[in-house]
Design a protein around this ligand. Structure first.
Ligand SMILES: Cc1cc2nc3c(=O)[nH]c(=O)nc-3n(C[C@H](O)[C@H](O)[C@H](O)COP(=O)(O)OP(=O)(O)OC[C@H]3O[C@@H](n4cnc5c(N)ncnc54)[C@H](O)[C@@H]3O)c2cc1C
Ligand code: FES
Length: 351
């Protein structure tokens, strides 16, 4: 099926294979389409259908409730039944990334480890090598579970790789995460086959653009930031600093402590890490265990704002990720209190 998409200024057209979501078909041809979550929750891939017909792959997609009329659709959740003419509000461009576009491929789980209660790491070996940017994610589909889940890569490879690392949190009532944390399923995860689409995501670290960084992440929102901080460290900008504010409820919920310690130590403190416990302050024994990491009590975005003078410079770029209330709170504070330009704040909302 042929998809013709008009936006401000430019039009794009691409082929959409049978049963493929329109967004994924477009991204596979290196077309820069509007999207954020790629999984039906944010509404940023909204388009208007000018002609042709389509089906919903997931009619219950949460962002569907925000559509105003029957001729509006979500590119990430709709499948073309005929050739389609669509209109979006944003600017459309052909991407000029120097590597291959996002695509579907198969993958095999090669390791799964518990990191903290309800948090696991998962490593996939992909059937083809990919080149992903720090901060990007893949949409991973498991057999017998309907729909894909967006997970951010935590590793950083300067080049292409066939291994991607994720950190996954159990969501109460969540279909896939609850399934993965079932003791019997967890024990047999290694060797399991999945399908993955990517790499995608726009909240990425631009290695050519020298900036001071502030990263504010809650729970598994820290995932993409691990990749960003590893890339920042590798880049060795002589005068640049990066601060990570990582929020979890209690010290029992914290993870990546050894990796974070290593980043601070190896960067000679060019990277600073502050962990904010929202429910209960860290014990003295715990603090003594991690001399390279600072600990605070409170909501992570509030802690980051209290410490604004430690990270804010005229060159600061911010990365935010985690549950929507955290990201929205941090976004407001960075715009209104820290007065960062909107274009210097990149974020992924999920929870
Ligand atoms: C950009 C981005 C990055 C993310 N990174 C991470 C990460 O690094 N680690 C992490 O743990 N979580 C991450 N998430 C959240 C993750 O995608 C899942 O929402 C989470 O794992 C819970 O999945 P669940 O199946 O347990 O919950 P559920 O509530 O059952 O499902 C969660 C999501 O899966 C999709 N979905 C569910 N059912 C269907 C269906 N039938 N058809 C199509 N789609 C469906 C929808 O997007 C839904 O909101 C990220 C989300 C986004 C948007
Ligand atoms: S990108 Fe389609 S709803 Fe978020």
């Amino acid at each position: 099926m042929k998809i013709e998409l008009s936006g401000t200024g430019v039009s794009l057209d691409f082929e959409c294979p049978t049963n493929e979501r329109i967004l994924y078909a477009g991204l596979s041809t290196n077309s820069e389409l509007p999207y954020e979550c790629a999984t039906g929750t944010c509404g940023s891939c909204k388009a208007k259908c000018l002609s042709g017909s389509y089906d919903w792959a997931w009619p219950e997609a949460p962002a569907r409730k925000d559509l105003k009329s029957d001729d509006e659709l979500l590119l990430c959740q709709c499948i073309a039944k005929t050739n389609l003419k669509l209109e979006v509000r944003s600017k459309l461009i052909k991407s000029h990334l120097p590597f291959s576009p996002a695509h579907w491929e198969s993958g095999q789980i090669i390791s799964a480890e518990n990191l903290a209660p309800g948090v696991m790491s998962l490593r996939l070996r992909l059937s083809e090598r990919i080149h992903f940017l720090p901060g990007q994610f893949m949409v991973v589909e498991f057999p017998q579970i309907s729909g894909g889940r967006a997970w951010s890569m935590t590793n950083f490879i300067d080049g292409d790789t066939d291994e991607v690392d994720f950190v996954i949190k159990m969501k109460p009532g969540g279909t896939l995460s609850q399934h993965l944390f079932d003791a019997n399923v967890f024990a047999s995860l290694c060797g399991k086959s999945v399908r993955a689409f990517g790499p995608i995501g726009k909240a990425v670290f631009d290695q050519g653009n020298e900036r001071d960084l502030v990263c504010i992440g809650g729970g598994t929102g820290v995932a993409g930031m691990m990749s960003i901080l590893k890339a920042f460290h590798k880049k060795q900008f002589p005068r640049r600093k990066a601060s990570l504010f990582f929020g979890v409820r209690t010290q029992e919920d914290a993870f990546f402590m050894d990796e974070l310690t290593q980043l601070v130590r190896d960067s000679s403190h060019a990277i600073r890490v502050v962990i904010a416990f929202s429910d209960k302050p860290a014990t003295q024994d715990y603090i003594a265990q991690y001399e390279y990491i600072d600990f605070e009590h409170g909501f992570v975005h509030e802690v980051a704002m209290r410490q604004m003078d430690t990270w804010k410079t005229p060159q600061t770029r911010a990365y935010l990720a985690g549950p929507p209330p955290l990201v929205d709170g941090a976004l407001r504070a960075l715009l209104l209190q820290a007065k960062l330009p909107a274009g210097e704040i990149l974020y992924d909302k999920f929870g």
